[in-house]
Design a protein around this ligand. Sequence first.
Ligand SMILES: [Mn+2]
Length: 358
Amino acid sequence: MIAHISDTHLGAMPYGLRERSEDFYDAFNEALEIILKDHIKVVVHSGDVFDSPKPPGLAVKNLYSGLVKLENAGSKMFFVLGEHDISRMKDVPFPLLLEEMGYASYIGDGQSHIIEGITLVGFNKHRRSEIRLLREKLSNLKQNPGKNILVLHQGLVEFHEYAGEMATSDLPAWFDYYAMGHLHDPGTKRFSGLKGTVSYPGATEASGGFNVVDLSVEGSSVERVNLQSSRKSFKFTLDYSDVERGINEILKEISGLRKKPVVTVVIRGKNISRATVNSLLKPVNEASLILQTKFEEEETQQLLSERPADLRSEILAQAQRIMGKEGVFAVEELLPLSKDPEGMAKKLWESFEKGEFD
Ligand SMILES: [Mn+2]
């Protein structure tokens, strides 16, 4: 048995709320508690340990004390780096300090790391412009005796059409388990061309869980462990004509939770009185950590009323729809460089030279 966790994003603080940043520590610490209780020795982390290459002290403290607990129980975390861990300033990524101190093991170097008879091979995040290189590295890997696990921080198109940077056909076929990170929605699939199960445990906090993987089963079997500490988020769509009843239903659903939820309420209808709605929503507001209210007047109803899986994927999907692969390139590669015009120009030139624009 191994544990597989990903995208813990320690140090994230959505809405600038301290309570939300605590959620990430709570989820991480609860996952570690379960791992310790189950006496799991090998913990694979497939990237985005921290939310930022310069994590806040509290995030470093939480990771450090978690790793010490693992160490004391004879367990260890093995990690690769996600794009959130890697500084564009080419500074030393923070998680590597913990490797230096002996509290975790870095496996993002593409080498075989044999632990308890299991071979772990990991790669750090490769950006879209580096995928060809990653494919080449993957095709040169050699199978080891015993169980083999591949650890990557990449989107696979079979799991997300727009956030996918590569396909399962790019993966060597013999791995017993493919420990994926980067996509925040959990997903586990088998493919006829691959020996092992491919799985994204999803972002620990947002998805509220992680994987326990049984390698003794042919091709591995994945059990998802759900965390109690995770904060629920809800989106309700109410008809203005029946708004009072709708609000009572919401109150029933969101009360009695362990943590006040994040709530979005969409009010649809004609001639909506926002003042009336806002005053009716007061008890909902009190029962939530954050309440966001959106109004959709019937005439101006948006086409996109479905909640996107996450904002980033939605931006990518729209960029792809409107501008094709150049749009995806702009969002993924150029946008993060918006404070670095020189880097941006360099990136553009590199990609142009590689013939990435038709
Ligand atoms: Mn990521």
